[in-house]
Design a protein around this ligand. Structure first.
Ligand SMILES: NC(=O)c1ccc[n+]([C@@H]2O[C@H](COP(=O)([O-])OP(=O)(O)OC[C@H]3O[C@@H](n4cnc5c(N)ncnc54)[C@H](OP(=O)(O)O)[C@@H]3O)[C@@H](O)[C@H]2O)c1
Length: 156
């Protein structure tokens, strides 16, 4: 099973200069709580931004390069094959960004977990728009600096 997890601001901004535009401890805590023990797949730029494999999770990194200077990662070259394999698998893999990965994953994921960060920030990377009719808003939880919304796919 595949799920997207993302934090975006009121204008769908998700990144600036290959970093998160904000520092929100509670959101990072939620990210850890949800992803721990599962797989995470990310683009190579997001890997560069994080700087090391996330502990306690199976880390997959998508790249055209044959190797990357990180330990404890699994390199993925064929992202469509990866998504096809994981889509109906019992393993849960979170798509953790960035924009290029989110765009490719939208057709495959069962759930979107979106932290809507309050306010707007200077951003150069944005979460792609998606067809809200394909998803049902299943839960809304308020945190002090963001609202967590969970959307489930209606059908595949
Ligand atoms: N707010 C959030 O929740 C959140 C989450 C994650 C990331 N971000 C932000 O998003 C930004 C990065 O996003 P991004 O879209 O620029 O980069 P990205 O998706 O993290 O990485 C892009 C890279 O992934 C690889 N890639 C993409 N498609 C591929 C394909 N079809 N086959 C093989 N490799 C492929 C390429 O790596 P190679 O160049 O090595 O071939 C490409 O340069 C940063 O600012 C980061 O902080 C925000």
């Amino acid at each position: 099973m595949l799920k997207i997890i993302v934090a975006m601001d009121q204008e769908r901004g998700i990144g600036f200069n290959n970093q998160l535009p904000w520092s929100i401890k509670e959101d990072l805590k939620e990210f850890k709580r949800l992803t721990l023990g599962h797989g995470v797949i990310m683009g190579r730029k997001t890997m560069d931004s994080i700087g090391k494999a996330l502990p306690g999770r199976q880390n997959y990194v998508v790249t055209h390069q044959s190797s990357l200077p990180y330990e404890h990662i699994n390199i993925v070259h064929d992202i469509n094959k990866f998504f096809c394999d994981k889509q109906f698998s019992e393993d849960l893999v979170y798509v953790i960004g960035g924009a290029s990965l989110y765009k490719m994953a939208l057709n495959y994921v069962d759930e979107l977990i979106i932290s809507e960060v309050k306010g707007t920030y200077t951003c150069d990377t944005f979460f792609p728009s998606f067809n809200e009719e394909d998803f049902t808003l299943n839960s809304v939880v308020e945190f002090s600096e963001f609202t967590q919304k969970r959307y489930g796919r209606k059908f595949k």
